[in-house]
Design a protein around this ligand. Structure first.
Ligand code: AMP
Ligand code: MG
Length: 472
């Protein structure tokens, strides 16, 4: 890899990370290199070999390390997590001047592995590759997938599975949990360095703010409101919204048991480990707010010299999150329903649609897509009439509106039953054709693709997927 690395995280105080090299594997084989992303990063896709993808060869200029972090997992605080199976090679500045992390996920144990083997299984690697790239094509901030490769070694979970490594690209891998790690240790020097680093890297406009920690809290809250509202717009359920899986840059990170909803039901939960539905579709904004409260707590010492004042400031900010979120959500669903102007009854109209969809168990993606194609799904009953009445007061021409709606309502999302079938083909038969085809279709989710109709259809009775597994 001929990359100009510039490893700003490695230059931060030592408490934030531990240097560690990937553990070589037996027989690396490339599954896929993301050509357009490689070029965006200023890399020659041809130079991205299997040896690099699994960490057997370390590119010149890399400074491999594991990041320290903590986190609340399902509400319980774990003071030490950290990169247990991910190794940051370093950062490159891309063709657009954006600094990006390049990380190998599944590259072997690190000082933060606890009892884990530091490895990843093929299925979850393919899922993350496919879903993160699909999210990007859907216009949703996300980490990206640069490469996937098999290791030629087995990993042992419930059974022996083929091992693989994913090369993940991110604006950064700094999480709410990264801040928590230092806050719980009362390591204010490291926290101060982290705040400076995050502001310089993700929110440079704030460097002159009077209260930088408060400005950072506001910026991270705004980015999360925007992100989680966009998830809602495509029926995405993250599945493990732990504070260690919430990036302060506002990108979607950590595709574990994530899944997209088929039939609309706000209570939808897929993750097998989410017993109580903490991370159900409709709970995502409340969980984002809860996580942001944990983030605010880490900043208390920097918000105001008087602790009580600091707590009052932070509390007021966190209490304002629902309004921030609602604005973002309304924007998203306004575009989905073709409303270019604003009227007081719009939110009710949108909720009435969702209620009708819920009652009818209508497919989320397909219903919005059909509306954007000018169809009138029968199961929506009287709602269509209300909508038509409202549209009559819109200045936009029908054609313009349909175009706007079609660019907000995808024809294709990574449907769970298709994702599962794709993984099964790869893991059980080493057949990567479904993976390649699906990645290709999802590169253009808003455009109908003749011959690919199956990707736009909800699962049949027997195909429906009810549970997804982390598969770590
Ligand atoms: P996750 O559920 O993927 O967000 O991971 C939670 C924590 O467990 C992180 O600190 C991971 O690095 C760690 N972890 C997950 N799987 C493994 C593994 N196979 N080996 C070592 N650490 C792991
Ligand atoms: Mg994680």
């Amino acid at each position: 890899m001929i990359a100009r690395f510039d490893n700003s995280y490695a230059r931060l105080p030592g408490a934030l990370h531990a240097g560690v090299l990937p553990t070589p594997v037996a027989e690396p084989v490339l599954i896929r290199v993301n050509g357009p992303l490689a070029r965006e990063l200023g890399l020659d896709p041809q130079a991205l070999t299997a040896e690099i993808a699994v960490g057997n060869r370390i590119p010149e200029g890399a400074s491999p390390l594991a990041q320290a972090y903590a986190g609340h997992q399902f509400g319980h605080f774990v003071p030490q997590l950290g990169d247990g199976r991910a190794i940051l090679l370093g950062e490159v500045v891309d063709l657009n001047g954006r600094r990006r992390d390049i990380q190998l996920k599944g590259a072997g144990p690190t000082p933060f592995s606890r009892r884990g083997d530091g490895r990843a299984a093929l299925g979850p690697v393919l899922r993350e590759y496919l879903v993160s790239e699909a999210m990007h094509a859907l216009g949703i901030p996300t980490t990206r997938a640069l490469m996937a490769a098999t290791t030629g070694e087995r990993v042992y979970r419930e059974s022996a599975l083929p091992g693989a490594v994913l090369t993940r690209v991110a604006a950064s891998h700094i999480r709410v949990g990264t801040f928590q790690y230092f806050a719980v240790r009362r390591d204010l020097d490291s926290l101060a360095a982290l705040i400076d680093h995050v502001i310089a890297r993700h929110y440079p406009g704030l460097s002159a703010a009077e209260n930088r920690a408060l400005a950072l809290l506001d910026a991270v809250m705004a980015a999360q409101a925007r992100l989680v509202a966009r998830w809602a717009g495509v029926g995405f359920i993250h599945g493990v919204m732990n504070t260690d899986n919430m990036s302060v840059s506002g990108e979607t990170i950590d595709y574990g048991p994530c899944a997209f909803m088929d039939a609309y039901d706000p209570g939808t939960v897929f993750s097998s480990i989410d017993e109580y539905g903490r991370y159900a579709y409709a709970n995502q904004p409340a969980i984002a707010q809860w996580n942001l409260a944990r983030f605010a707590e880490t900043l208390i010492a920097f918000l105001d010299p008087d602790r009580d004042v600091a707590i009052r400031i932070a509390t007021a900010r966190i209490e304002a999150f629902p309004a921030l979120y609602t604005d973002q959500w309304t924007d998203v669903f306004r575009r989905k329903t073709g409303l270019a102007t604003t009227e007081p009854g719009d939110t009710d109209l949108i909720h009435a649609l969702l209620d009708a969809m819920h009652v009818a168990r209508a497919d989320f993606t397909l219903t919005f897509r059909r509306l954007s194609l000018g169809e009138e799904p029968e199961e929506l009953g009287g709602w269509i009439g209300q909508w038509r009445e409202r549209l009559a007061r819109e200045p936009q021409a029908e054609g313009t509106r349909r175009a706007m709606m079609q660019s907000a309502n995808p024809a294709y999302i990574p449907r769970n039953h298709m994702v599962e079938a794709m993984i099964q083909a790869a893991v059980e038969r080493a057949d990567y054709a479904p993976f390649a085809e699906m990645v290709g279709v999802l590169e253009n989710p808003f455009r109908e693709q003749p011959g690919m109709e199956a990707y736009g259809q909800p699962p049949g009775e027997t195909e429906r997927v009810y549970r997804t597994f982390c598969g770590t």
